[in-house]
Design a protein. Structure first.
Length: 202
């Protein structure tokens, strides 16, 4: 009788542990389902949305003729990229603002990643940010307009997964998107002087 009771208790213990394992598994699967649904929703929203380009440094000063100067840099950060592939593929464009002065050494066309000069060029870092470099030989107030564009791409890390299949159903056609133009300016002057209406004053 006692032996049967021991077996019965062991049976109950094993049954309880099995129920705990099943419950934990179901809770884990439910959690994973929720995570997948939220990830899918976020990716769909991003792929269907335009991108935004942020330029934190809207106004900069530049000292013309400073011997130790390494030029200036203006960082352009695209917001809303959906994948590493988009970070690699995003393009940047900078033009002279209408009516603004064109600095010496500026390319004939809109400045991009491929047509930089020794005075002005754009590079891109691993995070997909554009970095505008340059130097001025003449004093003045220079105004620019920048934008970025990218061909939407699915994240490659989802390739071969059910989530990728769902994503392609939700967003079957990928398009190129462009940010709204963002303006920024650079005031070029000689150290010790100031610029007033494009004329250097001491």
């Amino acid at each position: 009788m006692k032996k049967n009771l021991v077996y019965f208790i062991l049976y109950l213990v094993l049954l309880t542990e099995l129920l705990v394992v099943i419950t934990e598994r179901d809770e884990y699967e439910d959690t994973q389902t929720i995570i997948r649904q939220k990830l899918l929703k976020n990716l769909v929203t991003v792929l269907k949305s335009p991108i935004i380009m942020a330029i934190p440094q809207k106004k900069s000063d530049y000292n013309v003729g400073e011997t130790n100067s390494n030029g200036f840099t203006v960082v352009m950060t695209p917001l809303g990229l959906a994948s590493d592939e988009e970070k690699k593929g995003v393009e940047f464009f900078i033009s002279i603002a209408p009516g603004a002065s064109k600095p010496s050494g500026w390319p004939d066309d809109i400045l991009n990643l491929k047509n930089g000069t020794s005075d002005f060029w754009i590079e891109k870092n691993s995070e997909g940010n554009g970095i505008f470099h340059g130097s001025f030989s003449n004093v003045g107030e220079y105004e620019f307009i920048a934008r970025c564009e990218v061909a939407r791409q699915y994240p490659s890390y989802l390739e071969g997964t059910p989530l990728m299949d769902s994503l392609k159903v939700e967003v079957p056609d990928l398009k190129s998107v462009s940010s709204k133009p963002e303006s920024f300016s650079i005031s070029a002057k000689r150290q010790g002087g100031k610029v007033a209406k494009g004329i250097e004053v001491y």
